[in-house]
Design a protein around this ligand. Structure first.
Ligand code: AMP
Ligand code: MG
Length: 419
């Protein structure tokens, strides 16, 4: 007898999945290999930046008060007593009518209260002494980058979960992170099911199709920050399927299967969950495509049974797997960004369940327009390539017309670096 499944509203299903626990782990990576990964701890300044008062220009460190009487006609003459470059500290303390030649980045010498740029002084050297003439008044504090002006000690500069961009790397280097604590990529195992499946490089045969789900899901896992391992196509024998799945579960945090989750003759997944003793959260969702999407939990591991239909498989990943991966990586925004858009084409099909239509957006005069990409069937594969959004049509609606304002989920990745 075919089992009757009761559909769960999609928002409830997402909520249930997000209630599952997942223990994120931290690993240490050399700074040079940390690009595109996610910070495992808050990045706090453990010292002032800059760590000392320093000169932002090449010039002369002076005592501002020595210039208070100077003007065009009566320039003040200061004796240059020392010269320092970046990385060195002046040995002398400035006294009245003295200056120290200073380079960008060098610490302000004791006694100095301002820096004047080379361009604003006239230099004069005699045999063993050199002098500068200043024709203007210089204010105290002029051209001094104060200790801690960029960041005071103890401030959280980048929060846990932020993607490591070139700018974040600069900060990590500033605070001495030769090794960076990053969130370990969740290990995600992947199986395909179906005797009809050929590898992408195989020649077509009658009755067969190429496996497009596995490469697609691998790409989605990587884009979401996970580490995929493809274990191949499950064999057509229940006991073998069971033991292969059980073995794979030893090595992964999350296991995804595509196909075999409905109630067809070779759809073994429901029986595998049962034999494992996994807790099935749901196996029917009020959504199209992907109503058979199943999520189960076993020994702290999460099992996702996605539909075999390519579009359904894609949508199932985006709605259920991606947020789990994002949350594991401490993202504050695990779900796809939602916004409104103006539909560009009639969508006459009624929507008994919430429908997620592969779509493409365009921004015109600051407004987002959206148009479905190709065939709206769960088995369609061509509509995926062009899609950068999913149009969300709520269940219980009778079709939409061009010009209607609809909800969309944006599929773009935030940030440009893909690990
Ligand atoms: P299933 O969920 O196993 O009943 O599969 C539903 C539909 O998706 C069938 O037409 C399958 O041939 C197709 N399908 C299943 N797995 C894949 C895959 N990995 N790549 C492409 N199509 C698939
Ligand atoms: Mg199948």
């Amino acid at each position: 007898m075919v089992e009757r499944r009761k559909p769960l509203p999609v928002q409830d299903a997402i909520k249930k999945v997000m209630q599952l626990s997942y223990e994120s782990q931290i690993e240490m990576l050399p700074l040079a290999e940390s690009d595109g990964r996610y910070l495992g701890v808050d990045l706090k300044s453990d010292h002032d930046v800059p760590p000392f008062d320093r000169s932002p220009y090449d010039g002369f460190a002076i005592r501002a008060e020595d210039t208070y009487e100077s003007n065009q006609e009566n320039p003040v003459r200061l004796k240059v007593i020392e010269e320092i470059g970046a990385g060195t500290v002046a040995k002398k303390t400035l006294k009245r009518k003295e200056a120290i030649r200073i380079m960008t980045g060098a610490p302000i010498p004791n006694g100095a209260t301002a820096v004047i740029m080379f361009e604003l002084v006239r230099e004069e050297s005699s045999q063993d002494s050199s002098y500068i003439y200043i024709k203007r008044k210089v204010k105290e504090g002029d051209n001094i980058s104060k200790q801690g002006e960029d960041a005071p000690k103890g401030k959280v500069l980048v929060e846990r979960g932020a993607m490591i961009t070139p700018g974040v790397k600069a900060l990590l280097a500033t605070f001495g992170y030769g090794l960076v604590p990053v969130v370990k990529k969740p290990e995600v195992g992947l199986f395909a099911t179906g005797t009809e499946l050929l590898d992408p490089s195989d020649a077509l045969e009658p009755g067969k199709i190429r496996n497009s789900n596995s490469p697609m899901i691998e790409g989605q896992i990587k884009a979401a920050g996970g580490s995929p391992t493809y274990y191949g196509v499950l064999e057509d024998d229940f006991e073998k399927c069971y033991s292969t799945v059980k073995e794979a579960l030893e090595h992964v945090d999350i296991l995804i299967t595509t196909g075999g989750v409905s109630v067809g003759d070779y759809d073994y997944l429901p029986a595998i969950y049962e034999k494992l003793g996994a807790t099935v959260l749901f196996n029917k969702i009020g959504m199209r495509p992907g109503s058979v999407t199943t999520v189960a939990e076993w020994n702290g591991k999460i099992l996702f049974g996605l539909s075999g239909n390519p579009s359904a498989c894609f949508v199932g990943f985006e709605l259920f797997v991606r947020p789990i991966l994002k949350r594991a990586l401490f993202s504050k925004t695990p779900h796809r960004l939602k916004s409104k858009a103006v539909l560009q084409k009639d969508f006459p099909k009624p929507n008994p369940f919430t429908r997620f239509v592969r779509s493409k957006t365009e921004e015109v005069d600051g407004h987002i327009q959206v148009i479905p990409t190709g065939l709206d069937k769960s088995g369609s594969v061509t509509s995926l390539a062009d899609a950068n959004a999913l149009t969300v049509l709520p269940g219980g609606t009778r079709g939409f017309k061009a010009g209607d304002v609809v909800d969309i989920l944006h599929l773009r990745e935030e940030g440009s670096i893909q690990p």
